[in-house]
Design a protein around this ligand. Structure first.
Ligand code: UDP
Length: 327
């Protein structure tokens, strides 16, 4: 016997509502959603957590994921422990540079892909290692020790560039790569151990300038505003890079010490100390590519930029607001 349409729909409604089937259905949905949210964090959630950052406590993150939140609120890495197969303490012992450059980059590339952002890799002249080519052109592949004390940084940045290019080629993420050479300027960390900040702070505090090794190794020092201008042009332009962003003015560490003496204290003493392992002998960027494609080149020489940094360091070290070089 054929049922009328009305009778059919009323019997379906009766079936669904009968014997508390609807309540059971709701309970089932709630249980499934809760279970999935605990064990199955989607990649989108991982990346969001990676950037929503500073105040994320490890207790708010499921245990299968290890997050390392470091000073300045950077998220070094978020990764599936099970997938990588390392223990918490092993993870802690991996160098911070490596975590930031490799895992941090991977996280952020994933995020950039999902939100369609343009992605900047602030790479470094370290990718050239102890260069056998001078000055360094972007096409030079470098001379890097893969297992030395600096390798976590050098190889970490090289991997970061590789990952960026993979995402660019394979997943159409818009990336830009800058290879930044030694940069200095106001607001630099006073005691971070870099040569310019060390010499300036030492001269101001009437301490000897610590020159490592024989002081004949060279670096090219770039003033921070030049770097910022270069990065902005890179991000606003159409070229992926990599681009060297640095000042081609090259100085030995002894020459730098002399400029610091002239700027701060002609009587500042020099003290030689043993150099660190694998310290690159020479560094000087070839910036032809940036000049041609970004229309960029540095405008602030070391002798112009250093006094600006000295004013800022003087204020921060001595709390003296009256001094100003007028630059
Ligand atoms: N250096 C030095 N005295 C210091 C700190 C660094 O002579 O107090 C040397 C260091 O050995 C290296 C150069 O300065 O040859 C640049 O060091 P920095 O850490 O500023 O930069 P990077 O080596 O990363 O270019």
């Amino acid at each position: 016997m054929m049922m009328s349409k009305k009778a059919l729909s009323s019997s379906i409604v009766n079936y669904v509502l009968g014997e508390q089937r609807l309540i059971c259905l709701f309970i089932g949905i709630i249980v499934s959603v809760s279970a999935l949210s605990i064990i199955n964090l989607s990649p989108r959630t991982i990346s969001s957590a990676s950037v929503s950052l500073d105040h994320v406590s490890s207790t708010s993150i499921p245990r299968r994921i290890t997050y390392e939140l470091v000073d300045h609120g950077n998220v070094n890495a978020g990764m599936w422990k099970g997938a990588v197969g390392i223990e918490e303490e092993e993870f802690e012992s991996i160098d911070r540079d490596h975590k930031t450059n490799v895992m941090g980059t991977l996280n952020m590339l994933g995020l950039a892909k999902r939100v369609g952002a343009r992605f900047l890799i602030t790479s470094t002249s370290e990718v050239y290692g102890d260069p056998l080519q001078h000055p360094q052109v972007e096409t030079y592949w470098g001379n890097v020790n893969p297992i030395g004390v600096r390798s976590c940084y050098d190889e970490g940045k090289r991997t970061a560039e590789t990952l960026a290019m993979d995402y660019h080629r394979g997943l159409n993420v818009e990336v830009r790569i800058a290879r930044i050479f030694n940069t200095y300027g106001p607001r630099m960390c006073i005691d971070d151990g870099r040569v310019v900040s060390n010499f300036v702070a030492q001269a101001l505090r009437k301490q000897p300038l610590t020159v490592y090794g024989d002081g004949k190794q060279t670096r090219s020092f770039q003033y921070v505003s030049d770097l910022v201008e270069g990065l902005m042009r890179l991000m606003e332009g159409n070229h992926v890079g990599p681009f060297n962003l640095g000042n081609p003015g090259e100085f030995t560490m002894l020459e730098l010490a002399k400029v610091v003496q002239e700027t701060i204290d002609p009587n500042a003493k020099i003290e030689f100390k043993p150099n660190t392992e694998d310290d690159p002998h020479k560094r000087k960027p070839d910036i032809s590519k940036a000049k041609q494609l970004l229309g960029w080149e540095p405008t602030v020489s070391l002798r112009q930029g250093l006094p600006r940094m000295v004013d800022d360091f003087r204020r921060r070290i001595f709390g003296d607001d009256k001094l100003d070089s007028g630059l």
